[in-house]
Write a protein that binds this ligand. Sequence first.
Ligand SMILES: Cc1ncc(COP(=O)(O)O)c(C=O)c1O
Length: 299
Amino acid sequence: MEPGDEIIVTEIEHHANIIPWQMVAQENGYELKYIKINDDFTLDLDDLNEKLSSKTKVVSIVGESNLSGLLPDIKEITKLVREKTESILIIDGAQLVPHRKIDVQDLGIDFLVFSGHKMLGPTGIGVVWGKKEILENMEPVYGGGDMIEEVFYDNATWAPIPHKFEAGTPPYVEAIGLGAAIDYLNKIGMKNVESHSDDLREYGKKLFSDIENVNVIHSSAEKAGCTFGMYVENVHATDLSLMLDTHGVAVRSGHHCVQPFHRKLGIDATIRATAYIYNDKNDLDVFKNALIESISILS
Ligand SMILES: Cc1ncc(COP(=O)(O)O)c(C=O)c1O
């Protein structure tokens, strides 16, 4: 890459997918561009298409939003990126992989990254999947033991992938834990995990659509994750989350590491309700009732 080259992400990107690119861009003179989100919290693919050019060297997109449940059409994005650029296409699967069956070859992407702790596994470990030919042509990111073939006083040669990228003693305890979590999810069946998420999302979408004074930040697309960001005029998200806690309902409050998107919406904080395999429709009913009661107390 050269100074002036461009990296494209979305406006609803997690900080994990903004900060590292900002750092790389600042260090090397690259430009960071953001694909717009439509008013109904879907991705503006026309905007992406306009931004793609021969200068685009990296497109890095959240596979499932941790705020709005947005599920971008990855295959369509791959098509647009391949038509207009020779860019590398990376999917941030931190939310996507725990909830959906993913076929990297079918999606046609170059890299997929995801975290262990969002899929019932341990913290401090995640997965970087990359196309073999790209990884083989990349230099190591870290240096240390275990990533070498031969070391001399003035140079070294690298071990084959994946070892080239795994300097030092690996977190094998965490790797075994993550393996057990993956086995557990596979036993349930990722198609079952996915349809459970879709059922709850359909239910929640209707359930939360007409609560007085509640603004829901949720993708209007046919498919989305079961993640509902919300804010209430004149009630702070932190107060609301504390009140919900007294009803036994745990939501997260704050900017959820999507602070620029909150800024764009002109709000400083939201609450976020998410559901996974251990939740059912009754949990969403309990949440709705607690929400209505909490708002009536706080407003
Ligand atoms: C979409 C998304 N990307 C990245 C991350 C960051 O993952 P980690 O907590 O493993 O750094 C998160 C979670 O916080 C996320 O929701």
